[in-house]
Design a protein around this ligand. Structure first.
Ligand code: SAM
Length: 275
């Protein structure tokens, strides 16, 4: 039987670039709809890379090709080549920056946990698998499960991308996935030794009621003595920390470097009681 339990592969996110927006809004809308935005591994669409290759060839040809001596042709070839390569440069630059940030963040979040290797780990809103894959790498005979609902406007992830990244990071046969809402998790009480999450709290919590449901669920599925590490926008993390305390999870919050202009924080903690 497949290790990856998912009730069905989610349909493609339905968000579209703005119909009459400025070209820059359309470009960033496009980035959001591709793996550039959604993936923690650096990825750019194949056709953008192909255009960039043609662009580089044109730039080289403007100096060495038969039209190198003719200034109008040289200029046109240089300009067209540069314009063809530009989307790959912008997307590639963004993807590499995000990858570098994500690597450091994953290390910081997972290093905050005391690992044995045999834990049952849950990643809430696992997206493209940043923490899920990282947790799987730290386990020997434990189990790493990710849940997600592939919400629209929530990062653009999907099951295929999750598995592609798991393959690329060598953990495809170690991770488990369940399509499930974090506000009502399909797990028994005290199921997990470790609960982690990155960037998902503010997507899951659209109201105070959502926040209450989410934090109750986290406290419920965590075993007594179980550990927690979550990263998100600072005010969200502060609010989650307070709520979790009221449900018997001792928490601490610390600031992390800002991301895309937002103040970010990490919450760590342990549920009271003996493991
Ligand atoms: C910004 S992404 C973060 C993905 C990943 N953790 C990362 O750090 O790259 C937020 C994720 O939360 C998921 N999400 C939103 N609402 C959810 C809910 N109610 N239950 C489970 N996942 C949810 C979204 O589908 C999305 O994949």
């Amino acid at each position: 039987m497949s290790q990856h339990q998912h009730s069905h592969i989610a349909s493609e996110p339905s968000h579209q670039p703005p119909a009459q927006g400025k070209w820059i809004a359309k470009f960033f809308g496009h980035m959001h709809n591709t793996e550039v935005w959604a993936s923690h591994l650096p990825r750019i669409p194949g056709y953008i890379s192909a255009l960039a290759i043609v662009g580089v060839i044109l730039v080289i040809a403007s100096f060495t090709g038969p039209w190198a001596g003719s200034s109008p042709f040289k200029f046109i070839s240089l300009l067209v080549g540069f314009l063809l390569a530009l989307p790959a440069l912008v997307m590639g630059g963004f993807a590499l920056r995000k990858w570098k940030y994500a690597q450091q963040l994953r290390k910081e979040i997972l290093d905050s946990i005391q690992w044995r290797g045999d834990e049952n780990v849950l990643d809430i809103g696992c997206g493209s698998g940043l923490l899920l894959n990282g947790a799987a790498m730290r386990l020997t005979n434990g189990k790493a499960t990710g849940i997600d609902i592939w919400a629209d406007h929530s990062g653009g992830g999907n099951f295929a991308l999750l598995m592609k990244n798991a393959q690329a990071e060598g953990v495809a046969d170690k991770i488990h996935f369940k399509e499930a809402d974090a506000r009502k998790m399909p797990f028994e009480d005290s199921s997990f030794d470790i609960v982690v999450s990155s960037g998902a709290l503010h997507h899951i919590t659209r109201s105070l009621e959502d926040h209450d449901k989410l934090t109750r669920e986290i406290a419920r599925v965590l075993k007594p003595g179980g550990q927690i590490a979550m990263w998100d926008i600072s005010h969200m993390v502060e609010a989650t920390s307070l709520k979790l305390k009221s449900f018997g999870v001792k928490t601490e919050v610390k600031r992390t470097p800002s991301y895309l202009g937002f103040d970010m924080s990490m919450l760590t903690g342990r549920k009271t009681g003996k493991a």
